[in-house]
Design a protein around this ligand. Sequence first.
Ligand code: MN
Length: 293
Amino acid sequence: MKAKSVQQILAPPPAHMVGNGFRVHNFFPNGYDMKPDRMSPFFLLDYNAKMDFSPREIPRGVGVHPHRGFETVTIAYHGAIAHADSRGNQGVIEAGDVQWMTAASGVLHKEYHESSYSRQGGAFQMVQLWINLPAKDKMGFPKYQAIRNTDIPKYELPDNKGDIEIIAGSYRGMKGAADTFTPIELYNIRMKPETKVSLELPAHYNTGILVVEGESFVQEKERAVTDHFVLFRNDGIRIDLETRETSCMLLLMSGEPIPEPIVSYGPFLMNTKEEIIKAIRDVHDGKFGYLED
Ligand code: MN
């Protein structure tokens, strides 16, 4: 079985603030000179590397804004995020949890540090992925999957060497927690020192690994360290991961590309420019509902 070769190991690009609550490194589509469909169906990866926020009475975050045409997937590693949307959904994403929001035809939402975390301050680390939807599902009804860490199936590695949390897709017959519109594999891979893991993924799936913590050797010789992103070529099916002296936590994302045109503008991800113009008009016309800031 041929291995997927490593195209590049990307250092985190300079960070920018999203609102005042998220200090993110954008690996794609803007951080590097990648085609907008290079990681399709994943359109955007914003990574808030681990950092400390000072205690604050009024939670930091990002106020009411729309989304249409895709899904936002928020994975919390440290800290906690409170969200609310114009369809009446609200909740808290605690460390270890995943929120899979299907914006589809449109929601307004807001994303803030959860109030008790905000008052206390401390470590904060999270990922937000934007996952494209096929044209036929872009105008479907919005939905949420609030996935608690305890609801995520965990494949235990032999000899107590770590585990694989299957957020979406499947690993060794174990099915992931999230429902997806197109084939997607999304795993948190936790490995203790001196551990090996092998994965098989279809050759045509776009695939990358974010090193959330520690370091890992990929395809034997490529060393990937904390906050770096490993981009694979679509030339094989096997990925071999290995830790040596240091443990690691990796976020693996792999998915079948959506072979459709992409037109993106701010918080909208559609197929044509006309659909973008309509999205902007629909927000103004109140078709995304109402949400108080
Ligand atoms: Mn948002």
